[in-house]
Design a protein around this ligand. Sequence first.
Ligand SMILES: C[S@@+](CC[C@H](N)C(=O)[O-])C[C@H]1O[C@@H](n2cnc3c(N)ncnc32)[C@H](O)[C@@H]1O
Length: 159
Amino acid sequence: MNLNLGILSDSWDCQAEQIGNSLILHGDCFQWFRTVPENSIHAVVTDPPYGLKEYDIEQIVKRENCNGGVWRIPPTFDGHKRAPLPRFTALTQKERAKCHDFFVEWAQLVLRVMRPGGHLFIASNAFLSQLVFSALVAGGLEFRGELQQVQETSRTFLC
Ligand SMILES: C[S@@+](CC[C@H](N)C(=O)[O-])C[C@H]1O[C@@H](n2cnc3c(N)ncnc32)[C@H](O)[C@@H]1O
């Protein structure tokens, strides 16, 4: 079965793999959205790069070396050491403005390809959600509600 469904333009070169009824693409979503036909996507579910800074090469190297940068000491639960998480409180005003601009542009791209009545589910965290949601609204999307996870561990205190 060919699952391309017209969503892989010849002008966009990326790694793609079909698994069951799904097509997995590896690439820059900003580039990809520009190649997708208008009103063609029913829903977007995403866990985006919230602070952006954590994907700078310099920060990735610091994470690999477990030394400095925006990274918090990884918490350990039940004998499992988790991956380091970025410390979003360390973002400067300039970095927050960059994050805002990123999500305004991203929302505009999503809006163009989303079908009328389509929905976006976006993972968030309490610290940056206001910034991100306001940017998404500035980009043209509507805020329709929120699901909250009740966490009953002491993780917050361990980090
Ligand atoms: C918060 S992480 C997602 C973590 C994932 N949910 C997990 O549990 O492992 C954000 C992801 O977005 C990816 N990413 C960052 N910028 C991107 C872009 N322009 N296009 C596509 N993916 C991007 C990063 O490589 C990273 O894997």
